[in-house]
Design a protein around this ligand. Sequence first.
Ligand code: UDP
Length: 236
Amino acid sequence: MAQFKRILLKLSGESLAGEQKQGIDVERLNQYAQQIKEIAQMGVEIGIVIGGGNIFRGLSGAGKGFDRVKGDQMGMCATVINSLALSSALDAVGQKNRVLTAIRMEPIGEFYSKWKAIDAMRQGEVVIMSGGTGCPYFTTDTGSSLRGIEIEADVMLKGTRVDGVYTADPEKDPTATKFEEITYDEVLRRGLKVMDVTATAMCQQNNLPIYVFNMDIVGNLKKVMQGEEIGTLVHP
Ligand code: UDP
């Protein structure tokens, strides 16, 4: 039995790049699709938001002289590219799915609405909500908080390449220790980089718990759904 009925899964674009750091690693993509199919078969309703950092980030573009808004629009398009890649990989493993877009761009994807997403999830489709919030100056973390709240998800699962929330970045500080659970207040007070402040505050204000776990280890997504405590729970 799955511990959540409806989830919002946030995948980072960077993780999708695998070891190459840029672009799409097909092996990683297929592993994600397989893991997602596994939990769909448990009867979980699944909404997904993917980042675009493996292709383009508006803020780093602005640092190189791009107009910030155009850079962010490029970043949003990058999330659509990743969403289409995941959709295609889900098709290949026989998992029904659809891509919705925050900005109109039929026939690439249908224009997002909460009800369209919920209807599709109830029919057993995995719904990939692309294009972030559709607005510049936001991130896909905020996009996933927003969509998670809108679709009334029980939890936001933040699949990353680390196994939870640490006192400091474990990739940089070997003395960093992991939290089994932590409140939103403490995340904000300690300035921990679980998600950006806007996204964390949105989850806090709307009581959406976040579970941070390592999505790059095959089988972990199912473990989370089965209630194994392999990550960190961020809660009110
Ligand atoms: N972006 C945006 N508005 C949104 C979501 C994303 O402008 O609502 C842009 C922004 O430039 C961001 C890029 O899309 O840098 C890619 O998203 P993000 O950096 O969140 O991807 P991730 O780090 O998860 O791969």
